[in-house]
Ligand binder design. Structure first.
Ligand code: ADE
Length: 239
């Protein structure tokens, strides 16, 4: 998978090269190119923004800088992703869909956003997805792009050591994941639930499902109201 990210703060994206994503770059599973939007400016001040038509606070990023940049870094076959609080919600299903694509280009805006014509123009030749990380406002799209990239890249074959890790994620069965435990058996008076030490895999799977269901009811009842919500019965024996 190829990833291109356009930003006015390339240094913000340095953490993408650390740990598992860094390894995925090293072993060629993904390629990551970060582009400085200012390289497409043509004035001495390297200016990327201007005041909004119609008035109001803040600045809007200029189409005559973004346009030529996307002409260069976003080929027709790519998907252009625009992180924005005004986008559609990013979910695990989005990450799963993106993980099957060959090329994603992220356009990270700052200030009051990017001139709408940049996306209207790009949409004439590429798929454009404006996507939000949640109902809050970040300073720019960079942190949102990194979160979306991490959620997507970890689903690629060979990125996580054990593929079961993401098959058993929160959300992959529509429920939140329940609690996890490791050694020691008792720590500060708190013990690991007996069922997890029973060796009975069917019983353990049922218990985990019930814990996930209870946690989902408590913390995210909205997930259970959806038409595609998982059945509340226990899963079949995993073996
Ligand atoms: N940029 C600023 N806020 C954002 C959000 N909530 N999601 C995605 N991109 C953003």
């Amino acid at each position: 998978m190829r990833l291109d990210i356009v930003t006015i703060f390339p240094e913000y994206l340095v953490p993408l090269r650390v740990a598992l994503l860094g390894k995925a770059i090293e072993n060629g599973r993904i390629s990551v190119d970060v582009h400085d939007l200012r390289d497409w400016t043509r004035d001495v001040h390297r200016s990327v923004d201007d005041s909004p038509y119609g008035g109001g606070p803040g600045m809007v990023m200029r189409p005559d800088v973004w346009g030529p940049c996307l002409d260069d870094v976003c080929p027709d076959e790519a998907t252009l992703v625009v992180p924005s609080p005004a986008g559609v919600p990013f979910t695990q299903a989005t990450a799963q869909r993106w993980s099957r694509l060959d090329h994603l280009v992220f356009a990270c805006g700052r200030y009051e956003g990017i001139d709408q014509r940049v996306f209207d123009d790009a949409a004439r030749r590429v798929r454009v997805e404006e996507v939000s990380l949640g109902d809050f406002v970040l300073i720019g799209g960079e942190v949102a792009a990194m979160a979306m990239i991490e959620a997507t890249v970890r689903l690629l074959d060979g990125v996580l050591g054990n593929p079961r890790s993401h098959q058993e994620d929160s959300f992959s069965d529509g429920l939140l994941e329940g609690p996890s435990y490791t050694r020691p058996i008792t720590w500060r008076d708190l013990s690991v639930p007996d069922v997890l030490r029973s060796g009975d895999h069917a019983k353990i799977a049922r218990w985990r499902h019930e814990q996930g269901l209870e946690r989902t009811r408590e913390r995210r009842p909205d997930l259970l109201d959806r038409p595609d919500a998982p059945a509340s019965s226990a899963p079949a024996d995993p073996d």
